[in-house]
Write a protein that binds this ligand. Structure first.
Ligand code: ZN
Ligand code: ZN
Length: 569
C-alpha cells in the first residue's frame, strides 16, 4: 500500500517536471503566444511562417506526444489527469491545423503583426526602453514574414482576404504615431531613435505592400469561407472537447430554440394585458413576442448611472447566493470593480479582467465601461440592449457566480496548463449555466434576497438572452456544414432570435471569418445542465446543489466531459 502511494506521488512529481519543461519548450516554438500570455523572454523574436517553421512545429508537437506517452493516465492525480488531456489535445490540434485545416493557405488574415507590436507599446511590463529595443529587433523579420505569407496563400477565401486588408491597414498606425509617441517618452539616444524609425518606415512599406497585393490578387476560384462538415467536426472536437458531436449539439440547439419560443409565447400571453391593455395580441406569435421584448427593453438605467447600477448589484448577488445556499463565495476575495482603464475607453459593458499566468501579483478586476460622451441615440440603443433585466443577467454571467466565481475556484489549484490551455466551453458554459440556475432559484433584483420566484418579465428577457447563444450554435453549424444562406441566417437572427439588424449583420460577418468558437457557450451550458439533471435524477433527494457546484468548479477550467468522469468515479 505504502509502496503504491509512493509510486503515485512519484509519477505526479515527474509529470509536474514534465509540464514545466513542456511550457518552456512551447514558448520557444511559439514566441508570439508566449508574449501574449505575459512571458516576455522572446519578445524580440518574430517567427517567419514558412515551410521550415511549420516543419519545426509539427516536429515539436510529435516529440511532445511521445513524451506524454511515458505517463500512465491512471497513475496521475485528478489535476494532472485533466492537464494531461489538455496538453494531448493541444498537440494533436496544432498538428492537425498545419496538415489538415491548412488555414495558412487560405486565410490571409492569419498574417498580421500589428497587434503583437501594439501590445509591446501598450503594456508596461518592462521599462519602455527595453520594450522599444525588443520592438526594434522584432521588426527585423517583418519583410520575410510577409514574403512567406504571400508564398503560402493559395486561392484564399474572399472574406478572409477582405478581413486581412481591413486589419492590416487598420493596425499599421502602431508603426507610425503610436511608435513615435513612445519614442518621445523614451530615454533612447537620437541615433537609436533614428534607427528604429528607419526600420518602422520599412515595416510600414512592407505591410502596405501586402495590403496592395491582396487588393490586386487575381483569385478566380476563391475557396469557400464555409469550412465543410469533415473539417468542422474535427475542429469542434479539438476546440470544444465536448462529450457530444457537433451534430448532436446542433440538434439540441434546434430543439432548445423551439422550447424557448413556446415558453416566451406563454409569458407574452401572460404579460400582454398588463403592458398592452387596449390592444389585442397579434396572431403572429414571434411578432407578439418581439413587441413585448421591445416594450420591456424600455426599462433601463440612465446613461450616467450605468456604472453605479452594476456596482450596486454585486453585493445583492452575493447575499442572495448565501441566503439560498447555492455556492460558497470566499469573502476574502471580493471582486474589485473599477472604471474601465483608459486604453479600453469607449467599450461599454462589463468584463472580467484576470491577471495572466506570469502576473503573480496582479488583481482581478471587473471593468465597467462608461457611457459618458456617447451620442444620445447610441447610448439609448445600447441601454435598451442592456436593459434593467439583461443587466442583471450580465452581472451574473461576468461576475457572480459566473466568470469571477469560477476563476476564484480555479485559482485554488493553480495550473499553468489550465491557464494557457483552459477549456473555453467549460468557462463560458459555466457562466451561461449560472444565469439559468440563479433564475431557477428565484433571483430577481426587484424582489430582494429572499425572492423565491423571478418575475415573468425577468424570465422572458432571460430567454431572449439565452436564444442568442442557442442561435449562435445553429448559425455556426448551419453556415459551415449545411450551406445556410445569408438570407436564412438573417431570418434566424432577426425574426427568430429577436436581434437588431446591426447585431445580426455583425454576427454574419463574424460567422464568415470564424468557425466553431460561436458554439462554445451553448455547448458548455448544455453539457453542464444535462450532467446536473442526470445527477438529480439518480441521486434524488440526496442531491445537493451547493455541493455539486463546489465540486464541479474544484477541477479548474477542464473540459466538462473529463469533470464528469472525475465526479462520477
Ligand atoms: Zn430609453
Ligand atoms: Zn462569458
Amino acid at each position: 500500500m505504502n509502496n503504491l502511494m509512493a509510486k503515485d506521488q512519484n509519477m505526479d512529481k515527474r509529470f509536474d517536471d514534465y509540464k514545466e519543461q513542456f511550457v518552456l519548450a512551447l514558448w520557444k516554438v511559439y514566441p508570439g503566444w508566449a508574449s501574449s500570455v505575459g512571458y516576455h523572454k522572446y519578445d524580440n523574436v518574430l517567427v517567419v511562417p514558412d515551410a521550415l517553421s511549420r516543419e519545426r512545429e509539427v516536429k515539436f508537437n510529435k516529440e511532445q506526444l511521445e513524451q506524454l506517452k511515458k505517463f500512465k493516465l491512471s497513475d496521475l492525480s485528478d489535476a494532472n489527469k485533466t492537464d494531461y488531456h489538455l496538453i494531448e489535445n493541444q498537440l494533436h490540434y496544432a498538428i492537425w491545423g498545419i496538415t489538415d485545416q491548412k488555414a495558412w493557405e487560405w486565410d490571409p488574415s492569419g498574417y498580421n503583426v500589428c497587434g503583437s507590436f501594439a501590445d509591446m507599446l501598450g503594456n508596461d511590463y518592462e521599462p519602455l526602453d527595453t520594450r522599444l529595443h525588443n520592438f526594434y529587433e522584432r521588426m527585423e523579420n517583418i519583410p520575410k514574414y510577409y514574403e512567406a505569407a504571400r508564398n503560402n496563400l493559395k486561392n484564399p477565401t474572399k472574406e478572409h482576404t477582405d478581413l486581412a486588408i481591413e486589419q492590416n491597414s487598420g493596425g499599421i498606425s502602431v508603426f507610425k504615431d503610436d511608435l513615435w509617441d513612445a519614442l518621445l517618452k523614451s530615454h533612447l539616444s537620437d541615433a537609436e531613435k533614428a534607427k528604429i524609425m528607419h526600420r518602422a518606415r520599412l515595416s510600414v512599406a512592407v505591410i502596405n505592400n501586402y495590403v496592395d497585393y491582396l487588393k490586386g490578387l487575381k483569385n478566380d476560384h476563391p475557396r469557400s469561407f464555409r469550412l465543410g462538415k469533415a473539417l468542422y467536426d474535427k475542429k469542434f472536437g479539438f476546440e470544444i472537447q465536448s462529450g457530444y458531436t457537433a451534430q448532436e449539439i446542433y440538434m439540441k440547439a434546434e430543439a432548445h430554440k423551439l422550447e424557448l419560443h413556446s415558453k416566451m409565447l406563454e409569458l407574452t400571453k401572460e404579460l400582454w394585458p398588463k403592458y398592452f391593455p387596449k390592444t389585442p395580441m397579434p396572431d403572429n406569435r414571434l411578432y407578439s413576442i418581439r413587441l413585448m421584448i421591445d416594450m420591456l427593453s424600455q426599462k433601463h438605467v440612465q446613461p450616467d448611472s450605468f456604472q453605479t447600477a452594476i456596482e450596486h448589484q454585486l453585493p445583492e448577488l452575493v447575499a442572495f447566493i448565501k441566503n439560498k445556499n447555492l455556492i460558497y463565495i470566499d469573502p476574502s476575495k471580493p471582486l474589485v470593480v473599477r472604471k474601465e482603464p483608459a486604453y479600453m475607453a469607449g467599450v461599454a459593458g462589463a468584463s472580467i479582467n484576470a491577471p495572466g499566468p506570469y502576473d503573480k501579483n496582479g488583481n482581478t478586476y471587473y471593468n465597467v465601461g462608461s457611457l459618458a460622451g456617447w451620442p444620445a441615440e447610441k447610448a439609448e440603443s445600447y441601454l435598451r440592449e442592456y436593459n434593467h433585466y439583461i443587466l442583471q443577467i450580465l452581472n451574473i454571467h461576468e461576475a457572480i457566480p459566473g466568470h469571477y466565481t469560477q476563476l476564484v475556484y480555479a485559482n485554488q489549484s493553480p495550473s499553468i496548463i489550465k491557464s494557457i490551455l483552459g477549456n473555453n466551453a467549460m468557462i463560458e458554459g459555466w457562466a451561461v449555466y449560472t444565469e439559468r440556475m440563479m433564475l431557477e432559484n428565484g433571483y430577481d433584483g426587484d424582489r430582494g434576497i429572499s425572492s423565491t420566484e423571478a418575475s415573468p418579465e425577468m424570465w422572458l428577457m432571460y430567454y431572449k438572452w439565452n436564444l442568442r447563444s442557442t442561435c449562435n450554435t445553429i448559425l455556426d453549424y448551419s453556415v459551415h456544414t449545411r450551406d445556410m444562406s445569408k438570407e436564412q441566417a438573417m431570418h434566424l437572427l432577426e425574426t427568430e432570435a429577436f436581434q437588431q439588424h446591426t447585431e445580426a449583420e455583425n454576427k454574419w460577418k463574424r460567422v464568415s471569418v470564424t468557425q466553431v468558437q460561436l458554439t462554445c457557450y451553448f455547448t458548455g451550458f448544455t453539457e453542464i445542465y444535462d450532467f446536473r439533471q442526470h445527477l438529480m435524477d439518480s441521486q434524488k433527494d440526496k442531491f445537493n446543489l451547493k455541493q455539486f457546484h463546489e465540486q464541479f468548479l474544484s477541477y479548474g477550467s477542464a473540459p466538462v466531459k473529463y469533470i464528469k468522469e472525475l465526479m462520477g468515479k
